[in-house]
Design a protein around this ligand. Structure first.
Ligand code: SF4
Length: 334
C-alpha cells in the first residue's frame, strides 16, 4: 500500500483552479520529482499536501497518508488546522524555498530545531533535545557547534543543510523539498542532492522533490510528474520519461537541456510563456505553444496510459516518433 495517495487535488483562487485534478501515489522509500516551469502549480501542490495554503486559496480532493507504525490512515483533507499540527513535521515535512527567508534571523539554529522537537514531543527532556539537535546537524554534514550560530553567520549551503535538519527533526516518513538547490552554486548543489539521496536510503524516507531543473531531478528521483498549468501532463519513471517522453511539453523541456559534448549553440527554447495559472486557455492548455497542435487540441486531452506506469495527457500519445518542427512555430491565435 502506498505511503501517500493524492486523488483529484484541486486548488482554487476566487473559484479558478490553479491546481487542477492532480492524482499520484508515492510508495515508502520512493522519490517523486515534480517538474515544470515557474507558476505551473508545483509549490501550490506541495503546500496543499501540508494544508498550508496562503489565505484566499481553497483546496479539495483526497490526500491520504499511511505512515509506518500508524494504524489508521491519516486523511489530510479532512483534518482541521489543529489536527494538522500533529501531522506536519511529525509525518510530513517541508524544506522551504530560500533557506535565508525560511529561518528565523534572530534565533540560534539549535533553538529553532529544538522548538520543532519540543512542540511535537512534549515528554522529551532538555538533554534529549540537545542530543537530537547535535545528531541532526551531524547527519546533514554540519558540526554540532554550528547550532550556536545565527542564520546570517552560515553560508548558503550550510543554511540549506539546516533546513533539511529542521525537516528531519521529528523523523517524518515523507519530506517535500521545494527547490532545495536553486540558490546554491553547482558544487553545493551536488552536495545537497547527494545528502538528500543518502538520507533517503539511510532513514527510509519518501521524498517529493520540486524543481524546474530536470538535471537535478534526474539524478535524485525514481519517478517524475511533469506539471503544466496546474495539471500533471506526464508521469512515469525517470528512466522512461527521459528516454521516451510522451507529451510534447516534456519533450520540449528535455530538448532544452544542454548535452555535454553535443553540438554547440543555444538549446531550442519553448516559444511563448506559461499561461496565467487561474485562466489557462481552453482545451489542452499547452496548445498555444505546442508545435504539434491541431484543432483537436481545443478539446481537453485526458491522461492515457502510454506504457507500464506511464501516463501522458495528449490527444496524440503515444508518439512513436517526433516530427521535425520549425523552431519558432507557435500558435498565438487561441
Ligand atoms: Fe500538443 Fe495537442 Fe498534445 Fe496538447 S493535445 S500537447 S496541443 S498535440
Amino acid at each position: 500500500m502506498s505511503l501517500l495517495e493524492v486523488k483529484d487535488l484541486t486548488v482554487t483562487h476566487r473559484g479558478k483552479p490553479i491546481v487542477d485534478g492532480v492524482d499520484f501515489e508515492l510508495n515508502r522509500g520512493e522519490s517523486l520529482a515534480l517538474a515544470g516551469e515557474s507558476g505551473c502549480g508545483k509549490t501550490t501542490t506541495a503546500l496543499a499536501l501540508m494544508k498550508m495554503l496562503p489565505e484566499g486559496l481553497k483546496q479539495k480532493g483526497g490526500i491520504v497518508l499511511r505512515p509506518p507504525g500508524v494504524e489508521d490512515p491519516i486523511n489530510v483533507h479532512r483534518r482541521t488546522e489543529t489536527g494538522m499540527q500533529v501531522v506536519r513535521w511529525r509525518h510530513i515535512s517541508l524544506v522551504f524555498q530560500g533557506a535565508m527567508n525560511a529561518l528565523d534571523p534572530v534565533q540560534h539554529i539549535d533553538d529553532q530545531i529544538g522548538e520543532v522537537i519540543r512542540l511535537h514531543e512534549r515528554k522529551v527532556t532538555g538533554k534529549q533535545v540537545k542530543a537530537r539537535i547535535d545528531d541532526l546537524l551531524v547527519t546533514v554534514g554540519l558540526t554540532a557547534k554550528l547550532g550556536k550560530r545565527y542564520p546570517h553567520q552560515l553560508s548558503g549551503g550550510q543554511r540549506q543543510r539546516v533546513m533539511i535538519a529542521l525537516a528531519l527533526a521529528c523523523r517524518p516518513s515523507l519530506v517535500i523539498a521545494d527547490e532545495p538547490t536553486t540558490a546554491l552554486d553547482v558544487v553545493m548543489q551536488a552536495q545537497v542532492l547527494q545528502l538528500l539521496e543518502s538520507l533517503r536510503e539511510e532513514l527510509d524516507l519518501s521524498l517529493i522533490l520540486i524543481s524546474h531543473d530536470l538535471g537535478v531531478l534526474a539524478e535524485t528521483c525514481d519517478r517524475i510528474a511533469v506539471m503544466y498549468a496546474g495539471r500533471i501532463v506526464e508521469i512515469g519513471s525517470v528512466e522512461t520519461v527521459f528516454s521516451n517522453p510522451q507529451h510534447p511539453y516534456t519533450k520540449r523541456l528535455l530538448d532544452s537541456l544542454p548535452v555535454i559534448g553535443g553540438r554547440r549553440g543555444l538549446a531550442p527554447p519553448i516559444p511563448g510563456g506559461p499561461p496565467d495559472p487561474g485562466d489557462p486557455p481552453g482545451g489542452c492548455a499547452f496548445h498555444p505553444r505546442c508545435p504539434y497542435s491541431t484543432d483537436r487540441c481545443l478539446e481537453d486531452p485526458p491522461p492515457v496510459e502510454v506504457g507500464p506506469d506511464h501516463l501522458a495527457a495528449c490527444h496524440f500519445s503515444p508518439w512513436s516518433s517526433w516530427p521535425e518542427v520549425e523552431p519558432q512555430k507557435v500558435r498565438v491565435d487561441a
